[in-house]
Each structure stands twice: as structure tokens, then as C-alpha cells.
Write a protein that binds this ligand. Structure first.
Ligand SMILES: Nc1ncnc2c1ncn2[C@@H]1O[C@H](COP(=O)(O)OP(=O)(O)OP(=O)(O)O)[C@@H](O)[C@H]1O
Ligand SMILES: [Mg+2]
Length: 509
């Protein structure tokens, strides 16, 4: 038989079959139709040994986009956009890059451990809607996965899990990251679903631009990366997947910058928790429960946020039989509630870190920063709560080289030797070095900027020598502490009372 004859015969057989099927649907009783449908389906599945799974964008009420669809979309966009011939391009969420996904009705092949599967992106118009329907007729998009029946177990168990996991990870990586804050004094209306307000998090800091010893930097990066990959480990040892970091050091040594670098390294969101704006422990709990996975919860200047600096047990405070030390601290703080109006107590904070915190699972870092680590209650910073203590200190020569590279694109310069000697002798913060390296006019070349820094270092060296030879500062501090000026200022309403006072002592005397 010739090829053309064969096609003609097949075409006419199909046409007759379709005709018969139409007649039957119109005139046969429902039971007969079902009978034929069932057997036709069995016969076709015998000859067509493939299985299909659909992932619809919206299920049921159309209000919430299906997570599975979104994960498949992300997976296919990353894994198959190279092989697809027809793609559609959309602006990424931060409007900085184009995201390519398969166009409608495009078909791509994926390979999973030697098994071939096919993905098709498709759409149908939603069924005829009622005239009263609020929503206009809409397209219903879906992805269809086809694979051979003999791989059914492998695909439904292992491949789909792989697609979902990778898809979710890609979505998390590509999402627009956010910086959340709890605004001070804001009354949360009951209809508002979240207590956090947010903006897009776009901080340029990275560990590459951080001025600190390379060894220390490497250690911190390794610690963070290990944490982010330890989901199974934490599950195995029965510990919540969280890690506490305490960053301490003088003002301007890069604590806040490091938090931004951490968030950028791990692609986490940042929750900047202003404790003084939190009404009480209940509100604190609500805020913290609302935080999402893959995030850093930051409490800056913890020494100023609460009265966590006092001794755990004051003279005259006796423990009753059923009271522990934490309760006493809490009681004391409620009593001594400062002008900030916050009733958050140390015990509330500790309970959160140990209890609720552990229950809400997920991948979270909690970072405290302080300028005065020695003033913090040991209970707050013991290992297990604050697992890693990182000291950020004055600028070293290694730190300076990073800043010189960042600001002036210099790796070496004849003036480096002088600077090396001076930073070894003088305490200068990376913030001050950075400020001095900034060109002050368009005419300032690298040589001029380095000379400015040398000048500043020499100036600081003279001041330091003067301070060492004069007992004025110590006297000042003693008097202030004796008459309680530091404490009283600390109790005044305001942003960073104790902190500011202490800064003044350190910087301006
Ligand atoms: N280690 C560092 N590496 C790079 N830049 C730094 C470093 N430390 C400080 N800087 C620069 O100084 C500025 C101030 O630093 P940052 O706000 O991180 O200090 P901080 O330790 O958080 O201070 P504070 O205790 O007052 O909050 C930053 O914007 C940054 O440009
Ligand atoms: Mg800071």
C-alpha cells in the first residue's frame, strides 16, 4: 500500500469513529455511554502507556496561586529555558533582570536519572461563568507533565519531590528580599494582618567589602554557610534550625554592615526589631511568630533596648521558693519600666529565644549587637542562645587594605607602609578610615585621600597620647557613675539613651 493510501484509510477510519461517537453521545442512554467511555479509555491507555499530571495555577476559588504551580514554573524556568524554543520574558521582581519562562503550548524535555519526562505549558479559558459572577472570564494556566507508566513510582515519589524542592529554593533565591521593621508607637488596627511594615532590602554590603582579618571573615562565612545547609542535621539532633550571633565592638566597627553582608550572603530577609517599640512580652511573641523562614532577626544595641545591663539580682531582692533568677530580673524591669513604655522583660526575651522560638522551626538567625558586651546579662548571651560571639574591632592593616581597594581601587601604594605603622599604633574604626578615604572633591586623587588618612591617624595618635597622660577621663567617668548620670540618662525616653551617654564618654571627653 502506498503511503498516501495508508493516510487516507487512517483518516477515514478516524472520521467514522468520531461520527459514531457523536451519534452515540446524542442518542444512547447515559449508562451505555459510560460503558463505552470506560472501555475506550482502557483500550487507549493500553496502547498509550503514558501518565499525565497537571499542575493548575489556581485551584478552586482562584484566590490563591498554587504553590506547586509556582514551584514548577521556577524549576522549569531555571532548568529548561535553555532547551525551549519559544520563551516569554518578564521583568524580575526587583525590575533589574529579565526572567525567561516557557511560552504557552511550548513543550520541553527533562532528564531525571536517565528517565525522560515531558513538560507542556498550556492554558484553557475558564468555563462559562454565571452572569452574576464578579470575576471576568479568565485564562486557566497549567503545566502538564507526561512520563512513561513504568516510571510512575520513581516520578511521583522522587522526581516530583526534586522539582518541588528545587523550585521552592529557586523562588526563595529570586524573591525580592525585604527589610521589616516594627514602627515605634504604632497602634496596630485589628484588620491589619501583620505587625511588621516592610521595604525592599537593597544593601550593597558583602563580606568582600568588609574590612576585617581574612581568617576571621572566612570563619564567619563558613559558619553561616554550614548553618544554612544543616536542615537535616538540626532535625536529626532535635534542635530548632536557628543560630544566635552576638556582634559586639565599638561604634563604627561594622556590626550593622556585617548583618547586611550576612543577609546578602544567605539571601535572607531582615527583621529589624525595635524592642523599645514593643509594648509587652505578648506583643514580642506575636511579632516573632510572624517572622518567616530564611530570615535574620536583628536586635541592635541590645544594651539600650532593655534594662538588660543590670545585675541579675539586686541587693535586697530575694528569691521566693518558686521564683528563679530570670523572674526576678523580669519583675525588676517591669517595675523600672523606662520612658520608652515597653514592658518587655529579659525573661520575656529569654523565654522567646528558648521556647516559642524553638517551636516555630524554620531557618532563622537572631543577631544582637552591642557596644558593651560586658554589660549584658550572661543569661542572654550564653552559648545556646547566642551561639557565636563575634568581636568587631578597630581597623587593622588588613582591614585598611580592603577599604583602600573598595574606595580607591588600590592594592598597593608607597604610602601604605606609613599607614601600616600608624594603624598598628592608633585605635581608629573602619568607619573613620572609610570616611577619610572618601574623596572630598572631584580633584582628590588616591594619593590625596591616603594623605588625608595619614593626617587623621597622626591627629588621633596625638590625642591618644594626651589622653593616656591625663587622668581627666577616668575622673569624669567615675563621677558620672557615682552620681548616677549614666543610669538616669538611660532611663529617659529616647532612642539610644545609655548608648549615647556611653558614646559620649568614649568619644568626646
Ligand atoms: N568592618 C567594616 N568594613 C567595611 N566598612 C565598614 C566597617 N565598619 C564600618 N564600616 C563603614 O562605616 C559605616 C558605619 O558602620 P556600621 O554602621 O556598620 O557600624 P556599627 O558597628 O554598626 O556602629 P554602631 O555601633 O554605632 O551601630 C558603614 O556604613 C561602613 O561604610
Ligand atoms: Mg550599628
Amino acid at each position: 500500500m502506498k503511503m498516501s493510501e495508508m493516510w487516507t484509510t487512517m483518516g477515514s477510519t478516524l472520521a467514522s469513529f468520531m461520527f459514531l461517537w457523536t451519534i452515540m453521545r446524542q442518542y444512547c442512554p447515559y449508562g451505555v455511554q459510560r460503558f463505552f467511555e470506560k472501555y475506550t479509555h482502557r483500550i487507549t491507555s493500553y496502547f498509550y502507556p503514558y501518565v499525565r499530571i497537571s499542575f493548575h495555577e489556581y485551584m478552586g476559588d482562584r484566590l490563591k496561586r498554587s504553590e506547586a504551580y509556582a514551584a514548577v514554573e521556577a524549576y522549569l524556568s531555571a532548568n529548561t529555558s535553555k532547551s525551549a524554543k519559544r520563551l516569554k520574558a518578564e521583568m524580575g521582581k526587583d525590575s533589574s533582570n529579565l526572567v525567561l519562562t516557557m511560552d504557552e503550548y511550548e513543550r520541553v524535555t527533562d532528564d531525571y536519572e536517565g528517565i525522560k519526562v515531558w513538560w507542556v505549558s498550556s492554558k484553557v479559558m475558564s468555563a462559562t461563568r454565571s452572569p452574576m459572577s464578579y470575576y471576568p472570564e479568565q485564562e486557566k494556566r497549567f503545566y502538564k507533565l507526561t512520563f512513561h507508566n513504568k516510571y510512575r513510582d520513581m516520578i511521583t515519589e522522587s522526581y516530583l519531590e526534586h522539582v518541588m524542592r528545587e523550585g521552592k529554593e529557586i523562588r526563595l533565591r529570586n524573591r525580592q528580599r525585604k527589610l521589616y521593621t516594627n514602627s515605634p508607637g504604632y497602634k496596630w488596627p485589628s484588620y491589619k494582618q501583620t505587625m511588621w511594615s516592610h521595604i525592599v532590602f537593597e544593601h550593597p554590603a558583602t563580606f568582600d567589602t568588609m574590612a576585617m582579618e581574612p581568617e576571621k571573615k572566612r570563619e564567619i562565612i563558613e559558619d553561616l554557610v554550614t548553618f544554612s545547609k544543616s536542615k537535616d542535621f538540626y532535625a536529626r539532633i532535635g534542635k530548632a534550625w536557628k543560630r544566635g550571633y552576638l556582634l559586639y565592638g565599638p561604634p563604627g566597627t561594622g556590626k550593622s554592615t556585617m548583618i547586611a553582608a550576612m543577609a546578602n550572603l544567605l539571601a535572607y530577609d531582615v527583621y529589624d526589631l525595635e524592642l523599645t517599640a514593643v509594648k509587652d512580652n505578648t506583643e514580642l511573641r506575636k511579632l516573632l511568630i510572624e517572622t518567616t523562614s530564611k530570615s535574620i532577626i536583628v536586635i541592635e544595641d541590645i544594651d539600650c533596648s532593655l534594662d538588660l545591663t543590670g545585675q541579675r539580682k539586686k541587693k535586697g531582692d530575694k528569691l521566693s521558693d518558686d521564683e528563679n533568677e530570670k523572674d526576678v530580673v523580669g519583675r525588676k524591669e517591669v517595675k523600672e519600666e523606662g520612658g520608652s513604655g515597653s514592658k518587655v522583660t529579659l525573661s520575656g526575651l529569654l523565654n522567646f529565644i528558648d521556647g516559642i522560638w524553638s517551636a516555630c522551626g524554620g531557618e532563622r538567625l537572631i543577631v544582637f549587637t552591642t557596644n558593651y558586651v560586658e554589660k549584658l546579662d550572661p543569661a542572654l548571651i550564653r552559648r545556646g542562645r547566642m551561639d557565636k560571639h563575634i568581636q568587631l574591632s578597630y581597623c587593622t592593616f588588613d582591614g585598611f587594605k580592603v577599604l583602600a581597594n573598595n574606595y580607591l581601587k588600590l592594592e598597593t601604594h608607597p604610602l601604605f607602609d606609613t599607614i601600616k605603622r600608624l594603624v598598628g599604633e592608633v585605635k581608629i574604626t573602619p568607619a573613620d578610615v572609610a570616611e577619610n578615604l572618601m574623596p572630598k572633591s572631584p580633584l582628590d586623587d588616591p594619593h590625596k585621600c591616603l594623605s588625608n588618612l595619614i593626617e587623621a591617624l597622626e591627629e588621633a595618635s596625638k590625642t591618644q597620647e594626651l589622653r593616656q597622660s591625663s587622668p581627666i577621663k577616668e575622673e569624669h567617668e567615675e563621677i558620672l557613675q557615682q552620681n548616677g548620670t549614666i543610669k538616669e540618662n538611660g532611663d529617659l525616653p529616647g532612642d539610644k539613651p545609655i548608648h549615647q551617654c556611653q558614646r559620649w564618654l568614649v568619644n568626646d571627653t
